[in-house]
Each structure stands twice: as structure tokens, then as C-alpha cells.
Design a protein around this ligand. Structure first.
Ligand code: GTP
Ligand code: MG
Length: 173
């Protein structure tokens, strides 16, 4: 284990934010453990997982923080954002409200995080295409206006999950 740790060149802290039930914890489980749970429980407080990967010949350890979308379960905000170099702003593409709330989450993020933080807008649950409530164009427009990267994902079907995190980590790097 000492050897493995010795090979790590960078540790990047990335935070997940967005309304409750948009799929933050399942995106994290898919990315770090290739797992998915249909009866995922609401997160209470803060959890984190790590995953190491090679980016441009360097071993990068992503330390991904996950917190509750529900206000009453959230931990101290400033501590959550401290040291974060990346953020995944997640909405559920079948729930318009979760997308409309992106402006609020972005405000909180910009109020607490480093101003050079890399932000990725994620429209999750793209497996539920027939229930789409957020047109791709709306999300693209918002992302362009706010200078964010944008991707639609499915934690359930493992669509774009690896790609979304990799894009963010490469951008940070
Ligand atoms: P909080 O912890 O309360 O903030 O919620 P969360 O954003 O972490 O949501 P969570 O990952 O717990 O997922 C909420 C529900 O959505 C669960 O029932 C998941 O199984 C489901 N879910 C998550 N991702 C997907 C997805 O990509 N597709 C579908 N169909 N369901 C998903
Ligand atoms: Mg959660």
C-alpha cells in the first residue's frame, strides 16, 4: 500500500452538489465502485470515495465528496467546499425543478469555492429519455452562459459517468 500511495502525483478534491434524489450518490458509486442501487437512501452529512487513475502519465487520486441535497441533512457548507478544485453540479433531466435550482447551487458554489474551480453541469438519468423534462438545448445554453462543461449521464446504465469525471479531472489537471 505504501508503494501505491508513493506513486500518486496529485490529489484532487471534487464535490458533488444538486437537489436531493438527482443521483449524486449513485454517480459516485458507479464511478468509484461500478455499483448502482435502485433503493439508494438519502445522504446524511458528508461521505467521500476515492479513485485513482492515470491522466497524462500522472497518477491522479480523485477524492470525491458527496453531501445531502436536503438542507436539513447538510453539513457545514464552507468545510465541504474547502480545497475543492472541481465540482459536479447535478440535476435530474426528468425533473425540471432540479435544473431550475442549478442557479442557486452555482451561487452557493461560487460563494464558497475557489474561483478557479472547474465546474461540470451533469444532467443525470438520461436512461429515462421518455420522461425528459429538460431539453438538451436549455442545459447547453445555461452551461455556455455560465462557462461550464456539460454532459448527460446515467448512473443506472453507466452512460458517460466515467467520461464526465475524466473530463473534469483532465480539465483540472
Ligand atoms: P441525496 O443524497 O438526498 O442528496 O440524493 P442523491 O442525489 O444522492 O440521489 P441518489 O443517488 O440517492 O439517487 C436517488 C434515486 O434516483 C435512487 O432511487 C436511485 O436509484 C435513482 N437514480 C440515480 N441515478 C439514476 C439514473 O441514472 N437513472 C435512474 N433511472 N435512476 C437513478
Ligand atoms: Mg446522496
Amino acid at each position: 500500500y505504501g508503494d501505491l500511495n508513493a506513486k500518486i502525483d496529485y490529489v484532487f478534491k471534487v464535490v458533488l452538489i444538486g437537489d436531493s434524489a438527482v443521483g449524486k450518490s449513485q454517480l459516485l458509486a458507479r464511478f468509484t465502485k461500478n455499483e448502482f442501487s435502485v433503493d439508494s437512501k438519502a445522504t446524511i452529512g458528508v461521505e467521500f470515495q476515492t479513485k485513482s487513475m492515470l491522466i497524462d502519465q500522472k497518477m491522479v487520486k480523485a477524492q470525491i465528496w458527496d453531501t445531502a441535497g436536503q438542507e436539513r441533512y447538510r453539513a457545514v457548507t464552507s468545510a465541504y467546499y474547502r480545497g475543492a478544485v472541481g465540482a459536479m453540479l447535478v440535476y435530474d433531466m426528468t425533473k425540471r425543478q432540479s435544473f431550475d435550482h442549478m442557479t442557486r447551487w452555482l451561487e452557493e458554489l461560487r460563494g464558497h469555492a475557489d474561483k478557479n474551480i472547474v465546474i461540470m453541469l451533469i444532467g443525470n438519468k438520461c436512461d429515462l429519455a421518455s420522461l425528459r423534462a429538460v431539453p438538451v438545448e436549455d442545459a447547453q445554453e445555461f452551461a455556455e452562459r455560465e462557462n461550464l462543461c456539460f454532459m448527460e449521464t446515467s448512473a443506472l446504465e453507466a452512460t458517460n459517468v466515467e467520461s464526465a469525471f475524466l473530463t473534469a479531472l483532465t480539465e483540472i489537471y
